[in-house]
Design a protein around this ligand. Structure first.
Ligand code: FAD
Ligand code: TPP
Ligand code: MG
Length: 574
């Protein structure tokens, strides 16, 4: 039998566990691994232009499939570039293994060329991070890393010096042969009785549901019906909760709907299920708060909690439902639904082609929603595209929506779209990109042609870092450092081998998007949108209103009268 080296064994273990690809940028210290992959057809090397893209792409794959995804970076700067993307994966709790190649083992500690210490660098964005310094540690350390990423949901890192990867392996094969355990977690009988009793005694109940409700749609609907409770969703729960949901009253938070905000503020009992909705100021102060989460450490993180239960949503609701009684108090649900209908109507009225030659970004999102495939995957950049996606994309149980919702990093949409398209080749993948976010990792536009990925990029061109500008205004600060002098993105797209289209006026939006979606290959649609398309919070506080006033004054004082007219126009047109 041919001799196996440590890298061969590493690739064997990954392929044996069902990993089909590694995203990365090659380098000398990774040669052992890329060389081992070269001759195999069961695992691909997905060559990207930036390691941050590799980490985001792996995270998107893991999010869509639920299975472990892998990225790699060469020693020093190569793996350092992974870090921001890995933070996103870790904080979004998706299972990702990062291989951080290391400098030659004999040089560690000498301040050698490209020397860094991955064990320290990745400590904060991983559950597990270890250096393999001798062949005897392989495959055990790798398997512990994989097992940790999968069971704790998050990132694990294996640092491997290039020379160790090329040494002869001691073990010959993977040690672990079991499939992923899927335990059920349920509160005790006593706890379920306490929970049932609480719910039976309450009238005005609101449910705040999040991504932890995945796979429990039917149970959640039955619960809401029994409790006559409106369901507010946190953003990462949108893809699993909003569809086929007669109890839906929208999202809360700064990007949310007023109906979501009031349903939470006006209840007597708030039941949080599988959510880590982060904004304290949007929780009711007087209501009784009950929280169910599969992780005990999540209980009470965001608000005061009166009753906390540890359980997975599906198992817990199944055990709880037979203990409940039908709530006869219907007014709270009816009021909340009526409020939602009005809020939805108000938002829909903003998503029209009206407004002369200006294109409202809401309209672009609405057209996209209408024309996209039944099972499309959407990614949205942190910036105003997150707002348009949250408010105007309709989920249906088959579509998916990815963003950098927890870590909140710019430039996520294109890299996530790459990971989505590579791992789901037949599926329509649409990136809703900001002009700032897109430019930040624009090098990987070249990846779309290199790997023939038919991703559709919609670039919301507002020539600014608009969300930051909005925040500056709300805080009463004169915006500064937010203008973007952009190139013609369609020409850049064409130069990179994509179809490049531009919609100049509202009537060109639909044909341009339709052409891009029907195009057999990657396409970019550049859509100029107003810089100050305001996205008002559900309730505007005095402080915020004051902030806007202050901005007007400062803008006028600084002689920027034109912009005020612009702002007024946008408001008048809305
Ligand atoms: C620019 C920007 C603006 C934003 N504005 C808003 C906003 O206005 N409103 C908003 O809602 N969000 C907003 N977000 C997103 C926000 O930061 C959070 O990421 C989001 O609210 C969290 O959603 P979640 O609670 O569904 O998911 P997560 O944060 O992922 O929480 C899921 C919870 O479920 C638990 N869980 C997982 N599996 C299970 C299971 N099987 N059973 C039980 N529990 C389980 C987990 O332990 C975790 O506690 C914004 C993000 C950005 C980038
Ligand atoms: C890596 C990173 N840098 C900076 C920020 C702060 N930030 C949040 S949104 C945003 C603007 C995004 O601009 P763009 O992509 O053009 O979207 P827009 O809001 O203009 O639609 C910035 C700078 C961030 N979240 N992440
Ligand atoms: Mg912008």
């Amino acid at each position: 039998m041919a001799k196996k080296n440590v890298a061969d064994l590493l690739v064997d273990v990954l392929a044996g566990a069902g990993v089909r690809r590694i995203y990365g940028v090659s380098g000398d210290s990774l040669n052992g691994i890329t060389n081992s992959m070269h001759a195999r057809d069961d695992i691909d090397w997905v060559h990207l232009r930036h390691e941050e893209t590799a980490a985001f792409a792996a995270g998107a794959e893991a999010h869509l499939t639920g299975a472990l995804a892998v990225c790699a970076g060469s020693c020093g700067p190569g793996n350092l570039h992974l870090i921001n993307g890995l933070y996103d994966c870790h904080r979004s709790r998706v299972p990702v293994l990062a291989i951080a190649a290391q400098i030659p083992s004999a040089e560690i500690g000498s301040g050698y060329f490209q020397e860094t210490h991955p064990e320290h660098l990745f400590a904060q964005c991983s559950h597990y991070c270890e250096l393999v310094s001798q062949p005897e540690q392989m495959p055990r350390v790798l398997e512990i890393a994989m097992q940790t990423a999968i069971s704790k949901r998050g990132v694990a890192v294996v640092a491997l010096p290039g020379d160790v990867a090329l040494r002869d392996a001691v073990e010959r094969a993977p040690r672990l042969r079991f499939s992923e355990p899927r335990p059920t977690v349920c509160p005790s009988d006593d706890e379920l009785n306490i929970l049932a009793d609480l719910l039976i005694r309450s009238e005005r109940i609101t449910i705040l549901a999040g991504a932890g409700c995945v796979g429990a749609h039917a149970e959640l609907m039955e619960l809401a019906g029994t409790l006559q409770a409106p369901i507010v969703h946190a953003m990462r729960g949108k893809e699993f909760i909003e569809y086929d949901n007669p109890f839906d009253v929208g999202m809360t938070g700064l990007l949310g709907f007023s109906s979501g905000y009031f349903a939470m503020m006006n209840c007597d009992l708030l039941l949080m299920i599988g959510t880590d909705f982060p904004y304290q100021q949007f929780f009711p102060k007087k209501a009784t708060i009950v929280q169910i989460d599969v992780r005990g450490e999540q209980l009470g993180r965001r608000t005061k909690v009166d009753f906390g239960f540890v359980g997975d949503t599906k198992t817990t609701l199944r055990a709880l439902l037979p203990r409940l009684k039908q709530n006869d108090y219907k007014a709270h649900l009816q009021e909340s639904l009526e409020h939602y209908r009005k809020a939805r109507k108000g938002l829909d009225e903003l998503a029209t082609a009206s407004g002369g030659t200006r294109i409202h970004p809401q309209y672009v999102a609405r057209v996209l929603d209408r024309l996209a495939a039944e099972d499309a995957v959407f990614t949205c950049d942190v910036g105003t595209p997150t707002i348009w996606a949250a408010r105007y994309l309709t989920m249906n149980g088959k579509r998916r929506m990815l963003g950098s919702f927890t870590h909140g990093s710019m430039a996520n949409a294109l890299p996530q779209a790459i990971g989505a398209q590579v791992s789901q080749p037949g599926r329509q993948v649409i990136s809703m990109s900001g002009d700032g976010g897109f430019a930040m990792l624009m090098g990987d536009l070249l990846t779309l042609r290199q790997h023939q990925l038919p991703v559709k990029l919609i670039v919301f061109r507002n020539d600014s870092l608009a969300l930051v500008e909005l925040e500056m205004r709300a805080a009463g600060i004169l915006d500064f450092g937010t203008a973007l002098h952009n190139p013609d993105f369609t020409k850049i797209a064409e130069g990179a081998g994509l179809l490049g289209l531009r919609a100049e006026t509202p009537d060109q939006v639909e044909p341009a998007i339709a052409q891009a979606l029907n195009h057999d290959g990657p396409a970019l649609v550049e859509v100029p949108v107003p810089r100050q398309e305001l996205s008002m919070p559900p309730t505007i506080t005095f402080e915020q209103a004051k902030g806007f006033g202050l901005f007007m004054m400062r803008a006028v004082l600084s002689g920027r009268g034109d912009e005020i007219v612009d702002l007024a126009k946008v408001n008048l047109l809305r």
